[in-house]
Design a binder for this molecule. Structure first.
Ligand code: DX5
Ligand code: ZN
Length: 220
């Protein structure tokens, strides 16, 4: 049976209540936290960095999924490993030598993932697929929470699932951006198993929102 995972994006959390919101998510059965790291260069916005991730690590044993939306992420991989990330995602568009970067993450003993912006073709990861734990399909242009899902990404998820079934069936497919009550079913049907959601988890009642995702995973 396929297992699904919800990774709430902390970008939409209330940063003044971060610790208690993380504890709440854990009590609701959430297993992973998605940490959006933005440098104001690769993406227009700036979010948070190593010190915040380190504090989160002290607070929780949940899986910390670091999504590095930064230029030349190689410069920061060791620092995020030291801060306590369990998995590191780099953007294909930001890496000059993607294979080297992926091997570096794996040599640190961490899960390695590559993210693709909406307009970046799957060709960018096709050859390296067997080396990866996960591919992140961005379904919005990265930089901000609360944007609308880009419909053409559904077909991209479907094509990646087919490619992975041939080359690397254990590959996890993560989808990030605009996944909510309206778009979740379509994303799951296309073959995603790892769902990032920010506004759809933290907007309104967190417990009810997490329950919605859990029920949808059960029915998928
Ligand atoms: C966008 C980030 C996402 C974002 C998702 O650049 O990578 O993780 O926080 O937020 P929602 O779920 O609100 O689209
Ligand atoms: Zn993200």
């Amino acid at each position: 049976m396929k297992t699904y995972r919800l990774a709430p994006s902390l970008l939409s959390a209330d940063f003044t209540e971060l610790g208690s919101q993380i504890d709440l998510l854990k009590s609701l059965g959430v297993r992973a936290l998605h940490c959006d790291i933005m440098d104001g260069d690769f993406v227009p916005s700036i979010s948070f960095g190593m010190p915040v991730l380190k504090s989160i690590r002290k607070r929780t044993d949940l899986y910390l999924d670091a999504h590095l939306m930064v230029t030349e992420p190689d410069r920061y991989i060791d620092a995020f490993v030291e801060a306590g990330a369990d998995g590191i995602t780099v953007h294909a568009e930001a890496c000059r030598h993607l294979d080297r970067t992926v091997q570096h993450i794996k040599a640190c003993g961490k899960k390695a993932a590559v993210a693709l912006n909406p307009a970046t073709s799957l060709v960018a990861v096709e050859d390296i697929l067997p080396e990866l734990d996960m591919v992140l399909i961005m379904s919005v242009n990265p930089g901000f929470g609360g944007q609308s899902y880009i419909p053409y990404c559904t077909d991209k998820i479907r094509r990646l699932r087919a490619l992975a079934d041939q080359k690397h069936p254990e590959l996890s497919i993560q989808v990030d951006g605009g996944v909510n009550r309206k778009t979740l079913a379509e994303v799951l049907a296309a073959g995603a198993d790892d769902i990032v959601a920010g506004s759809a988890v933290f907007g309104g009642n967190i417990a009810e929102n997490v329950a919605f995702f859990r029920d949808a995973f059960r029915q998928a």
